[in-house]
Design a protein around this ligand. Sequence first.
Ligand SMILES: Cc1cc2nc3c(=O)[nH]c(=O)nc-3n(C[C@H](O)[C@H](O)[C@H](O)COP(=O)(O)OP(=O)(O)OC[C@H]3O[C@@H](n4cnc5c(N)ncnc54)[C@H](O)[C@@H]3O)c2cc1C
Length: 317
Amino acid sequence: MIILEEVGRASGGMSLLMEALGVLFLDTLNKYGTERQREGVLPKVASGDAVGAFALSEPCCGSDAAAIETTARRVGGEWSISGRKMWITNGLYADYFLLAARTGAKEERHKAITLFLLRRGPCVETTPIEVMGVRGTGTAEVRLEDCRASDDDIVGRLNGGFEAIMRALDIGRTAVAGVGLGIMRGAYEEALSWAKERELFGRKLAEFEWAQFELAEIYATIEAAKALTYYSAYLFDARSPLFLLYTHIAKLMVGRWAVEVARRAAHLEGGFGYSKESKAEMFYRDARILEIGEGTNEVMKYALYKFIEKGLPSFQF
Ligand SMILES: Cc1cc2nc3c(=O)[nH]c(=O)nc-3n(C[C@H](O)[C@H](O)[C@H](O)COP(=O)(O)OP(=O)(O)OC[C@H]3O[C@@H](n4cnc5c(N)ncnc54)[C@H](O)[C@@H]3O)c2cc1C
């Protein structure tokens, strides 16, 4: 998470790429994959010789992931996978997909979803999607037409994919907050040096009380975000059941704060902050994904209210 934060200071996109690859793809495969799957893929991806992507969302369903329609059907002794995945980070570049597919009736929802490790082949077609921020993360639509997989390509249990997906996202949410911390710090650092250099009305911008108050508030927000995110990461390391609660709080609050901090940083830069030369402008666009990817703000609140109502479910460390 700290590495994501540091990389995020320079580029939200690079940090998000590392998060999707390192947490969603690698960590999930490491925890749920068989020895053959791990040995065949992890070293190649860790060395940079191959790229992996986590393919869950579809045109029909992002928040309602239990309703996905990509289907794996039994054909002879194999699985035939067909469907469409949407908004897949690294989708353009991926050699391997950790892919969620329906292995039972749609009415069975999350109880009939299986994770497959699928290698890119002629049955996979990817199309780039133009996105507002985090550009360069290879966001793509992924079409699958009769992709063949064997039982050995199942990651975790048949029909047990949803548990692995939820665990990946629960960890991913604190990691995404780390990306947000980096974005906030990068935007703040640029705005601070701008305010110290920029002259108007015969004074430096940083000498105006309004600018001082803006910078102070941005700084306070970053420190609050840091305390929350580090606490969530600490709870994970300490194997505390409270992690599940705090990972949702961190994702919700840091995502929102990152958008606000980047907007205020860009505003301190006036017209420059609206230009492509400004890094605050980039961070502002990058930050918006933090309110959407790996569960929108509303999905975080939905989960939080469930904890309020029912208490914490168990989490597999
Ligand atoms: C740049 C980018 C990268 C992404 N990378 C990946 C990736 O690598 N892998 C992957 O699988 N997915 C990825 N996604 C998809 C992302 O996870 C989904 O876009 C996200 O979960 C939202 O789903 P949706 O787009 O279908 O919106 P919807 O689920 O249709 O939501 C629409 C709106 O309704 C709100 N809403 C949803 N449910 C409720 C509710 N119960 N109550 C009230 N309001 C609700 C949402 O908050 C949202 O505002 C990526 C998306 C983007 C934009």
